[in-house]
Design a protein around this ligand. Structure first.
Ligand SMILES: [Zn+2]
Length: 199
């Protein structure tokens, strides 16, 4: 050991730095928060339908990051995750009623074909199976799926695409932290995995 190295080890600042770094490392890796309302939760998950189709997923590289318990996600989904710790896995199913509701025939609507082809809705996007951004009579945005194209009319389904489906979720909790006051105010996550905006 050279004298310089020897001096280095004697330097109290060296040990303070080492200790601080170690504690910081411990804190980062020892989030003892459980999933609870108003916490920002990161999960990896797969959503499967009863026919085995994967309807949605997020992996650990690009997890789903959301504020628990504020209606960003399904209430029954939040309830299933409540109390889990970082590292815990989960596997549960929601009924269609707990999910996106039953398919409602009242939301299948026949529109005059003349609705399409104007400035708002160009004719070329009118295709079977297409999801089209529409509005109700009050101007509220609604997505509708084209399910039948007739000579005079177009039949559209305004139910949620997953209406009537039981939903199976498997995954794991990757991180939990408290939401900031600003995030709760905005109703969405800021920073990693969340909104990036200047306000
Ligand atoms: Zn915001």
């Amino acid at each position: 050991m050279s004298y310089a190295q020897f001096r280095h080890y004697l330097d109290p600042n060296f040990w303070v730095r080492e200790l601080c770094g170690y504690l910081h490392h411990l804190l980062l890796n020892m989030s003892n928060l459980s999933v609870a309302p108003n916490h920002v939760v990161s999960i990896a998950y797969t959503l499967s339908l009863p026919n085995g189709e994967v309807a949605d997923f997020a992996d650990a590289d690009q997890p789903l990051v959301f504020i628990h318990g504020i209606g960003q996600t399904l209430e029954a989904f939040d309830a299933q995750l409540n109390g889990l710790n970082v590292g815990d896995g989960f596997s549960f199913s929601l009924t269609a009623e707990e999910g996106y509701g039953m398919h409602d025939a009242g939301w299948v609507i026949e529109l005059p074909r003349s609705v399409f082809g104007g400035d708002d809705i160009p004719a070329d996007i009118l295709q079977l199976g297409a999801m089209l951004p529409m509005q109700d009579q009050d101007g509220n945005p609604m997505d509708g799926k084209v399910i039948e194209i007739g000579d005079e009319t177009v039949k559209m389904d305004f139910n949620h695409p997953l209406a009537g489906e039981a939903l199976s979720f498997t995954g794991s909790v990757l991180a939990v932290r408290e939401a900031t006051a600003e995030e709760l105010d905005h109703g969405h996550v800021h920073g990693e995995g969340g909104h990036h905006h200047d306000h």
